[in-house]
Design a protein around this ligand. Structure first.
Ligand code: ADP
Length: 265
């Protein structure tokens, strides 16, 4: 533990003295360290594409200016790098909004069954473009939670897009919604949303750290797939805000299952 020493002089009947207070600042130091690491990570993540962009601009201003084929190829790379920065900034904004709202209980009544079907309309075309089938399996009757529909769509989007990116080789991603009559964590009924893929999976040793910002099982692969390393951190904060639970299970080479449990309204 780290202590801060606060000493204040006191006057006692028999002379001068001092009152010494030891304040345990370990928690504050840890929070400071996490913040410094985060700023360092963000700077690094932004600097990498920026350096690439500056390099290509420099080359385009020089020799490459005359060659149309080279120019087209460089512009493609620059577009990709700018897109990466754009996604990173969007995810940072989402993360900071979600974090600042974490203590505010969401107030909408949201039907998870309808929300999954609506989100699937958009997600199915993302899946199709990647040659992946998106399968939806939900009950027919509505299942309502107290929530924030935009944020719950973001949870589904992040999990399904990960399933497509890292599990696409398995050919299909499934969203399964079930009613869980007595979820222990909530002392009451819950709705459970599973996003399952049959792709590359990962060693379960990574599970405890996977929702940390910028933690990736394979950084090179994540970057290649256009990942920011923030998707699961955003999911975790949104699930917390909904007083829900988030569980991850995976097996290398077998696929992964990301489960969100939310208390029913
Ligand atoms: P990223 O933007 O890198 O995808 P995420 O926070 O969404 O960041 O995920 C963190 C890491 O978790 C990913 O880099 C990847 O290594 C791993 N991961 C997430 N979803 C899956 C999945 N469905 N299958 C395999 N690995 C996954």
């Amino acid at each position: 533990a780290t202590y801060e020493v606060i000493s204040s002089p006191v006057r006692a009947p028999d002379g001068e003295g001092a009152l010494v207070t030891l304040l345990d600042v370990s928690e504050r130091e840890k929070a400071g360290q996490i913040r410094r690491d985060f700023v360092a990570n963000v700077s690094h993540e932004l600097k990498t594409p920026l350096t690439a962009l500056l390099g290509f601009i420099e080359t385009l201003k020089g020799a490459a200016r005359e060659d149309a084929a080279v120019r087209a190829r460089f512009l493609d790379i620059m577009e990709r790098e700018a897109g990466r920065m754009n996604r990173l900034v969007s995810d940072l904004l989402s993360l900071s909004r979600v974090e600042s709202e974490e203590r505010m209980r969401p107030s909408e009544r949201v039907d998870i069954v309808a929300l999954v079907h609506a989100a699937a309309l958009t997600l199915r075309s993302v899946a199709q473009d990647a040659g992946v089938a998106l399968e939806i399996d939900t009950p027919d009757a509505p299942m309502e939670v107290q929530g924030d529909s935009d944020q719950l769509v973001q949870v589904l989007t992040n999990l399904v897009e990960n399933g497509i990116k890292y599990g696409g080789a398995g050919g299909r991603v499934r969203i399964i919604v079930t009613h869980s009559p007595r979820e222990l964590a909530f002392r009451g009924p819950a709705v459970r949303i599973d996003v399952v893929d049959y792709g590359e999976g990962f060693d379960p040793v990574h599970i405890p750290r996977l929702t940390e910002r910028f933690y990736r099982v394979d950084s090179h692969r994540s970057r290649e797939m256009g990942g920011t390393g923030l998707g699961l951190a955003i999911v975790k904060h949104i699930v917390n805000r909904h007083r829900g639970r988030f569980r991850i299970a995976s097996e290398k080479g077998q696929g992964s299952r990301f489960s969100v449990m939310l208390p029913l309204a």
